[in-house]
Write a protein that binds this ligand. Structure first.
Ligand SMILES: C[S@@+](CC[C@H](N)C(=O)[O-])C[C@H]1O[C@@H](n2cnc3c(N)ncnc32)[C@H](O)[C@@H]1O
Length: 284
């Protein structure tokens, strides 16, 4: 079993690898796909004009921009991320917003000024810490005593057909990668509300609330089933399974993915269901 330090190093390497470049290439489609979940989480966080917010694992910066619009010119948003290429995109997108700062740093250990943020927010960026209880305890110290943390994270894989349908098709031809352990980081590592409650409680937060939110993700971006296959082959679980596979197996997997996704196509859209938690906790 990898140690928290090994998990952490693996995450840093992953988010600075060609995976990050694939995120960059698909940034507009990804932002469109995730927009409903982001809007629901922002509505829950209710950033107020003048507030100071931290966007954890801000990636290419979509939620940083959404927060900046809400806190306005008198407020402040720090977008923090370990991925140099993704953060560079966030920086370019926010260049004309003086209230935004982008910070290339590990949110789990960076020395943020203590009790300085009203709000900590994340769109799918808090599930990758090697030692999450320690990371959240550290982050909590940078929240004002009245502050809150609000983040959106995936519910279990089986409740997310947008990810499971292409993955199950691909893995009829390529091996299933080893499943992460229950305490390992990963996109579905916060699917279990009890685990998230334990982590946040250990970190010193008050008992969190969990809101269920479901939405449809058009994984084709309106461009038909081939675009849907391309999307699934580049980002997410199917992409992970296809990585480094021999071309013949890969081609069979792509054809199987196409066959599985084609019945979901309508007017160029390939919409499949996604399920997330919107989690909120007070500093306590
Ligand atoms: C699934 S992506 C989400 C990116 C972005 N929030 C979005 O919704 O498009 C996860 C992000 O978390 C970042 N990340 C992972 N571990 C991190 C850490 N310890 N500190 C800061 N960012 C981290 C990754 O680099 C990546 O940008």
């Amino acid at each position: 079993m990898p140690s928290p330090q090994e998990n952490h190093a693996a995450q840093r390497a992953f988010w600075n690898s060609d995976a990050a470049l694939r995120w960059l290439r698909r940034q507009e489609e990804t932002d469109a796909m995730l927009a409903p979940a982001e809007s629901a989480a922002i509505a829950r966080a209710a950033p107020q004009p003048g507030e100071h917010a931290l966007d954890i694992g801000c990636g290419c910066g979509a939620s940083t921009l959404a927060l900046a619009a809400r806190v306005g010119a008198r407020g402040r948003v720090v977008g923090v991320d370990i991925s140099e290429p993704m953060l560079e995109r966030a920086r370019a997108r926010s260049i004309n917003l003086p209230q935004v700062e982008t910070l290339l740093a590990d949110a789990a250990t960076w020395d943020f000024p203590s009790e300085s943020f009203d709000l900590m927010f994340s769109r799918f960026g808090v599930m990758f810490f090697g030692d999450p209880a320690k990371a959240f305890a550290h982050l909590r110290g940078a929240l004002k005593p009245t502050g809150r943390i609000v983040f959106v994270c995936w519910r279990p894989f089986v409740e997310n057909p947008w990810m499971a349908v292409p993955y199950n098709a691909a893995t009829k031809h390529v091996p299933r990668p080893p499943r992460p352990g229950p305490e390992d980081p990963g996109p579905y590592s916060f699917a279990d509300a009890e685990r998230v409650t334990r982590i946040l409680s250990q970190a010193g937060f008050a008992a969190p609330s969990f809101e269920k939110f479901e939405f449809l993700l058009d994984i084709a971006g309106g461009r038909g089933v081939d675009a849907a296959v391309e999307s699934a082959a580049n980002i997410g679980a199917a992409a992970g399974a296809l990585k480094d596979q021999p071309d013949a197996l890969r081609q069979n997997a792509l054809a199987e993915m196409r066959a599985a996704l084609a019945p979901h196509e309508k007017d160029g859209r390939v919409e499949l269901a996604g399920a997330v938690w919107i989690v909120e906790a007070r500093r306590a």
